[in-house]
Every structure is written in structure tokens, then in C-alpha cells.
Ligand binder design. Structure first.
Ligand SMILES: [Zn+2]
Length: 112
């Protein structure tokens, strides 16, 4: 499961931040997740509960903040925010330039 691996790298980041920042408990983690990243929120929540056991983030609340993508058609100028991937411009079938929507990063952590 791809979400489990994501959670493991998330915990590795949190643990190294804890070592560097001198905190020993994480209360909540705000995670920005791109809507095109192909991540299942439920699986992410579940994986987070499992992999944080016995770590500084055990019992922490995981808040998932969805990040949208911006699509821009290179031939007709059509623009829209996307919540799921699309291939071609719905207005003229032209090539799209898509920015954002694939991020997966910790925005904020509440620690002590
Ligand atoms: Zn177009």
C-alpha cells in the first residue's frame, strides 16, 4: 500500500524534526495533500495511526488539507482548478499545462 510508505516517510521526517527541534510529543500534523497525488485520505489516516505507534507522533491528529491543481490550456487559454486529473482541454482538446495538485508536505505541526 502506497499510503503506508508515505506515512513511514512522514514519520521519519517528524522524528528527525523532533530530534533537531527538541520536542517529544506531537499533538497534530497539518498535511497538505494534492488532489492529483493519488492518495486515499482514509488509507492515509489509517496508515498514520499504525506507523506512529511508539513514536513521538503517537495519537497525533492528522489533518489533511487538500491542495488543488491549476490547469491552463496552451492553445485556447482555458483555465480551471482541477480536483481530478484530465488529459486534454475540455474546450478545444488542446494540450494542458497543469501546476500543483501533487504536493505532499507538512504545513504545520503542533508540538510540545
Ligand atoms: Zn483549449
Amino acid at each position: 500500500m502506497h499510503e503506508m510508505a508515505l506515512c513511514e516517510s512522514l514519520v521519519a521526517i517528524i522524528e528527525s524534526e523532533a530530534a533537531a527541534g527538541g520536542f517529544h510529543r506531537v499533538h497534530s500534523v497539518r498535511l497538505e495533500v494534492g488532489l492529483l497525488a493519488g492518495v486515499e485520505r482514509d488509507a492515509l489516516q489509517f496508515g498514520f495511526q499504525v506507523v506512529t505507534r511508539g513514536t513521538v507522533a503517537e495519537g497525533a491528529l492528522l489533518q489533511i488539507l487538500p491542495a488543488v491543481a491549476q490547469a491552463h490550456c496552451l492553445s485556447c487559454g482555458w483555465r480551471q482548478t482541477l480536483s481530478r486529473p484530465i488529459g486534454l482541454c475540455p474546450s478545444c482538446d488542446g494540450p494542458l499545462s497543469v501546476t500543483g495538485g501533487r504536493e505532499l508536505r507538512i504545513k504545520e505541526m503542533e508540538v510540545e
